[in-house]
Design a protein around this ligand. Structure first.
Ligand code: FAD
Length: 468
């Protein structure tokens, strides 16, 4: 089956009447205190916190399309406090306590986003219903148990993370073949485009200038070169996450990983009770090529997964259109999990890119010599993280500017972390495609063989990719 609409950036815009009107482009050279490249969550939150701390700042955001064109207007809407990067890797440089601090900061950031939205009048359909990670094969069940055990080693245990057996899981979501799950209360479902559009409006109201339809071609100390003129600034923030490879000098910095989604038609009350998904938990699984889903305001299921993982040469899609076979794959996952939904209409399909650093760990930083800062490489966990990253950037910039205020975020372990670059092509394309072929094959064999052992292929793939 195909989707009613494929592309048009994402379903989330169709959900509130279509794409927004463009703001004016940059009209020639200009000067400011802080120039921000990219008007997604990272850029907009950074502008928000800087203006809240110092309303006299002159901030210009330059955006090649419109605010919320990128992943911030397309994602799964998981506002999650999960710390999905390697704790061990961060701890190697900054120690165990700094990693525990990062976890605490992630949890409190979920509430920070909810509080700011309430305070600023941003209605993003937010419901804090927690997050459920289900296992539907024996191997996934072992991984879920192992995940809960591993988190406990880092001090994360009940009530922040609990293991649910089969009947406890089924009481929350009656997915087919479900064996067990983990549940954390530190997550909310949001409507992502409403959040990014609301933020852009609030930030503009604070006096920030957002220039749309303005493509940055080069970033150098104190200069942002665009197709519409040059912005000179004391500080420059690169907030382009999955699109970073498109900017000169950053080609191999973060890999633009694709993720794709579909949204079903609104389900009836009968269908919701058949699938037994009674709350608003975000829902994921423990497959290697995992799925993520949410129940939307109108009672649709929006479900996502990897699909085509990566385009050669770090290319990105033009308006979110995804491949027919990715739509089919996502439908298959939906119906495998909820057989009662066979034949459900798919109203919209779309895709987008997220940024992946070579060590799969998010970073934020500011180079004091050049005044160039960055945040991203969130590896699919940017909805919450971008807010924490923005507050970190605020702290780094204001400290550099001589502020006496202390910002605890600036000592988190991901600050100023430098990692090696991705391999050049064609090795990059071959590596990522090989990795996901192995993950898909591992998921299939774990499902068919029913063994508890994680497929050897998946272990090897994760090691080669540098994820483990
Ligand atoms: C399908 C999908 C599902 C996801 N689901 C989740 C989820 O459920 N939970 C979660 O936490 N994370 C999720 N993510 C990841 C998350 O959405 C991103 O990490 C986050 O939105 C990144 O925000 P950002 O502002 O850094 O980047 P973006 O939102 O991508 O913004 C970057 C902006 O920079 C602009 N830009 C790019 N190049 C230039 C240039 N040369 N000049 C000027 N402007 C430029 C782009 O147009 C874009 O607007 C998902 C991502 C995708 C794609």
């Amino acid at each position: 089956m195909t989707a009613g609409v494929n592309g048009d950036v994402s379903f989330w815009y169709a959900d509130f009447g279509g794409l927004p009107q463009f703001r004016a482009a940059l009209a020639g050279d200009t000067q400011c205190d802080v120039a921000i490249v990219g008007a997604g969550y990272t850029g907009l939150w950074t502008a928000y916190y800087l203006m809240k701390s110092d309303p006299t700042l002159r901030i210009v955001i330059v955006e090649k399309e419109f605010a919320g064109f990128g992943a911030s207007g397309r994602n799964g809407g998981w506002l999650s406090g999960e710390m999905g990067w390697s704790r061990e890797r961060y701890a190697e440089k900054t120690g165990r306590q700094s990693v525990i601090d990062l976890q605490m900061a992630m949890w409190s950031t979920v509430d920070e986003v909810i509080d700011v939205c309430a305070h600023e009048g941003i209605d993003a359909d937010i419901i804090k219903g927690g997050s459920l990670q289900v296992a539907t094969t024996a191997a996934q069940a072992v991984r879920v148990r192992e995940y809960v055990r591993h988190e406990a080693e880092w001090g994360v245990s009940a009530p922040d993370l609990v293991f649910l057996d089969r009947s406890e899981t089924k009481a929350r979501v009656d997915a087919a073949d479900v064996l067990c799950s983990s549940f954390t209360p530190h997550a909310a479902r949001i409507q992502p485009a409403k959040l990014v559009q609301g933020l852009a409006r609030v930030v503009e109201g604070l006096g920030v200038r957002i220039c749309e339809l303005t493509t940055v071609t080069e970033i150098s100390p104190h200069r942002v070169v665009t197709n519409r003129g040059t912005v000179s600034a004391e500080y420059i923030i690169r907030a382009t996450e999955g699109f970073t490879a498109g900017i000169k000098g950053y080609r191999r910095e973060w890999l633009p990983m694709n993720s794709a989604m579909i949204a079903t038609e609104p389900l009836s009350h009968k269908q919701w009770s058949q699938i037994g998904w009674n709350g608003y938990e975000t829902l994921g699984d423990a497959a290697h090529g995992y799925m993520y889903a949410q129940r939307t305001r109108e009672g649709r299921i929006a479900i996502g997964g990897r699909g085509l993982p990566y385009r050669f040469g770090s290319a990105t899609d033009s308006n979110g259109r995804t491949q027919a076979r990715t739509v089919e794959m996502l439908e298959e996952i939906l119906v495998r999990m909820f057989p009662a939904l066979a034949g459900t209409r798919i109203d919209h399909a779309w895709c987008g890119v997220l940024g992946v650093p070579r060590d799969w760990c998010a970073t934020v930083g500011l180079d004091p010599k050049t005044g160039i800062g960055w945040a991203g490489g969130y590896v699919g966990m940017g909805v919450t993280t971008s807010n924490l990253a923005a507050r970190t950037l605020r702290g780094l910039i204001l400290a550099q500017n001589g502020s006496q205020e202390e910002f605890a975020e600036t000592s988190l372990p991901w600050v100023n972390r430098r990692v090696r670059k991705w391999e050049p092509e064609p090795f990059r394309w071959l590596g990522v495609h090989g990795l996901y072929t192995m993950f898909r094959s591992a998921d299939r064999s774990e499902r068919h063989r029913g063994t508890e052992k994680t497929s050897r292929k998946a272990q090897v793939a994760a090691r080669i990719a540098g994820r483990d």
